[in-house]
Structures are given as structure tokens and as C-alpha cells.
Design a protein around this ligand. Sequence first.
Ligand SMILES: Nc1ncnc2c1ncn2[C@@H]1O[C@H](COP(=O)(O)OP(=O)(O)OP(=O)(O)O)[C@@H](O)[C@H]1O
Ligand SMILES: [Mg+2]
Length: 255
Amino acid sequence: MNSPLVSTSKLVKEPYSLILGYPKATRGELARRHAELRKLGITKISFQGETILNNIHVLGKGYVGVVVLSRFGKKDVALKIRRIDSSRQEMKSEAKLLQIANKAGVGPKLIASSKNFLVMEYVEGKKITDWVRELKGRGSAAKLRSVVRQVLEDCYNLDNMHLDHGELSYIHKHVIVGKSPCIIDFESGSTNRRTSNVTSATQSIFIGSALSSIVKDMIKIPSKKKMIGPLKKYKHDQTRENFDDILEMLGLDKS
Ligand SMILES: Nc1ncnc2c1ncn2[C@@H]1O[C@H](COP(=O)(O)OP(=O)(O)OP(=O)(O)O)[C@@H](O)[C@H]1O
Ligand SMILES: [Mg+2]
């Protein structure tokens, strides 16, 4: 962490109350959230990151939460703060889904959770599309293949665990690449529907997205027509063998 740490007691007042209760919270709600944070063991926040809300830097913002870099003991962690206007009533369900993903070795490690907060491993890196854009300048096709392979292996492990992430067709929002790639945000996940992690991610990386056009410039990939067969086969029978056929078809089997 290189920006100063702000004590959580400062979050109940402006300007930081905007982050503790985004977009606007009552004094009562802010006080309750502050108590909840203390109980979780979070005492300090570091306002840094590429997203800026009213001059305050955060790691990111979505429709469910605002994510900030925090200190948990001696560790840097990511803290997802439930938005006041979120359609989710609590963060415990997301925490349970993340815990299942972790069992498959996927996602940022869950550290703690409560009604309005989720504490998880901080993933330092860039969103996959930005990462690929930067890599393109250096022309490293082998590195790209290896990262994509790792993402798809994670997807296969999630399929195997019967946990559907739910939003991997928007891969650009849900993979951060640092030392290795990490799938984030399991809030829309489910263990009750047919899993489509591998198929959604493959389509999102290789077919019809801003990311796929950069990927196509960097590595040779089969036509959409050729991709459909192995994807369909895997969709109906999610075996390792059928997954390996997808990797081979994409030229990722040796990555
Ligand atoms: N563990 C993490 N480490 C670092 N940054 C993170 C982490 N988790 C989330 N972020 C950042 O915060 C952003 C918002 O997080 P997340 O996608 O979980 O929120 P959300 O409200 O569910 O978003 P959406 O509305 O897109 O579903 C991410 O896009 C990412 O930039
Ligand atoms: Mg989300």
C-alpha cells in the first residue's frame, strides 16, 4: 500500500461516507456499518485504485458493491461494501458462492463476511482486456495462450464443482490478471442450474467481443464454425476428455 491508511472511524463522515454507504446512507446506517466493520476486524482502508468516486480512489465499483483496498491484520485485502441501492439484500450469499469457488481452487480467497461486507484476497493486476491490450505491444502469444488456458481450467473446475458463475459471457469484467489470472465476482452464481462456465468464457474470449478481436490478432484461432462442434459436445457432456478437445481445438493443449 502506498497511499495513506484511513481509519474506519473516518468513514462515517464526509467525504468517505460516500464509500461506506454508496450512493447515500443515513447516519444510522453508517454507524451500523462502522460497527459491523469493526466486528469483522477491519480498521483501516487505503483509498487507491483506478476507479474514482467524487475524487476518492477505489479498486472498483459495480451494481452490487464498491470495492476498496483494506488492511486486515498485517494483510492487504479487498473489501466489497454492499451498495445501499443494491438489488442484493446481503453479502452472505455471495460469500457462500465464493467459498464453493475456493474449494475448486478458483477466485480470490474468502476471508470473512457479514451482512454488508465481503472480505477477500486482494487481486493485484489488470482487467483481462487491458492486460491483453498491453501484452499485444510485446507480442507474446505464448503468454496469452498460457493465461487463457488457466482461465479455462478454472472454468472447467467450476463446472466440475457444479457452480455456475453466471456472468462469464462478460469476461472483461470478471477476470483480473496479475501473476496469474483470477475470476472474480460470484454474486450471480448458482449451484442449481446447468453450468456454462467453459462455454461462456470460451465464447467471450474467442467469439464476438472487444477482447476476441485483440486475441485474434495475436494468436491463430479456428473459425467460429469449427469451434461450435467441440463446444456443443462439451455443453452436453462436461467431461475432461471433451474439455481437452476444446483446448486442442483452440491450440491451447500445449500451453
Ligand atoms: N478481490 C479483488 N481484488 C481486487 N479488485 C477487486 C476484487 N474484487 C473486485 N475488485 C474490483 O472491484 C470491481 C467491482 O467488483 P465486483 O465485480 O465484485 O462488483 P459488483 O458490484 O458485483 O459488479 P457488477 O455490477 O459488475 O456485477 C471489479 O470490477 C474489480 O475491478
Ligand atoms: Mg457482480
